[in-house]
Ligand binder design. Structure first.
Ligand code: MTE
Length: 318
């Protein structure tokens, strides 16, 4: 992301556990967590069902296709933005230091009842599916990804917000001891993002727990992240620990850094350039191709209605 800051501290590779060990550990944890959740929920879920309930891959929802070939998995898992682990693309090894076992999410603010829930418990309660979405970064690259997860609307129903809540705010973990980027105190940690409630209830807004039919890798936002494909990628916050309902527009990480470049809305728009580059085209990761960028990343049919009656000029994009 284009900001003028000193170069980051980078984790030496020697400090990172071998990724094959960590990745297989993570899958074990995912399975163990599912079984634990099953035990905890014996009252409402048929015995023995929970293990299959969280089995990947989730059923594909054919309503959501990428319209282009999938980006190679190896590219999606090794070319990442996750500033907690460094402001460069090769953070995937450093991200293995994040331990995602026993991950809890707090749901608070303007809700009927604040609560903290284990991520596997939450997942077991949600209607799970796989969707293929296009993903467009504000840096003018894009990819096509099969996400596993559930509609954000289902989580909102589960959270039972009060009628006065107009926004939902998301927050990532704060663990500077394992996330070197968070030692860079000029950033407004923790990473936060936000949506209006109508945006969050839009059919496209998705909560991902998996990628390519497996649990998310750390570098892609394990164990749970947002995916809002009509907005620039920075809105799709990773590794969420808190979801807060509020009647105030949330301050967001990038918006706090530079509200002229990174607006709250951040809807993909080929006609609004960045100061240093055009947004008219995008580099398709894993290919040599550049393709024209589409308004709302091509999802106008589903989302344009959200912005009717609002300022149709720059505001809804930034
Ligand atoms: N979430 C957190 N917590 N920290 C980040 O730095 N980067 C964002 C978004 N979510 C980011 C984040 C940006 S700029 C993009 S483009 C996407 O994650 C990248 O997701 P990917 O690495 O899975 O492709």
């Amino acid at each position: 992301m284009p900001i003028r800051i000193p170069r980051p501290w980078e984790l030496p590779e020697s400090a990172v556990t071998d990724e094959t060990i960590v990745l297989s550990r993570r899958r074990l944890l995912a399975g163990a967590g599912a079984l634990g959740a099953a035990a905890a929920m014996g009252g409402w879920m048929p015995r023995g069902r929970a293990a299959e309930e969280v089995a990947y891959p989730f059923p594909r929802n054919p309503a959501y296709e990428g319209g282009r070939p999938l980006t190679p998995e190896g590219k999606v898992t090794t070319y990442n933005n996750f500033y907690e682990f460094g402001s460069h693309k090769k953070i995937w090894k450093a991200a293995q230091r994040l331990s995602t076992g026993g991950w809890e999410i707090t749901i608070d603010g303007m809700v009927e009842k604040e609560q903290t829930i284990d991520v596997d418990d939450l997942l077991a309660r949600m209607p799970r599916e796989e969707r293929i979405y296009r993903h467009r970064c504000v840096e003018a690259w894009s990819m096509v990804v099969p996400w596993s997860g559930f509609p954000l609307a289902a989580l909102i129903d589960y959270a039972r917000p009060l009628s006065g809540a107009t926004y939902v705010r998301f927050e990532t973990f704060l663990k500077p001891h394992i996330a070197p980027g968070q030692k860079q105190t000029w950033f407004p940690w923790p990473f936060t993002e936000g949506l209006t409630i109508p945006e969050a209830r839009n059919e496209l807004a998705f909560v991902a727990t998996g990628l390519f039919g497996k649990p998310l890798e750390n570098q892609n936002g394990a164990p749970i992240r947002l995916v809002v494909p009509w907005k620039y990628g920075f809105k799709s916050i990773k590794s969420i620990v808190r979801i807060t309902f509020t009647d105030q527009q949330p301050k967001t990480f990038w918006n706090t850094i530079n509200n002229r470049l990174y607006g709250f809305w951040a809807n993909v728009n080929p006609d609004v350039p960045f100061p240093d580059w055009s947004q008219a085209e995008e580099r398709v990761l894993g290919t040599d191709e550049k393709v024209p960028t589409q308004i709302y990343n091509g999802y106008g049919e589903q989302v344009a209605g959200l912005y009717k009656g609002l300022d149709e000029g720059r505001t809804i994009f930034f």
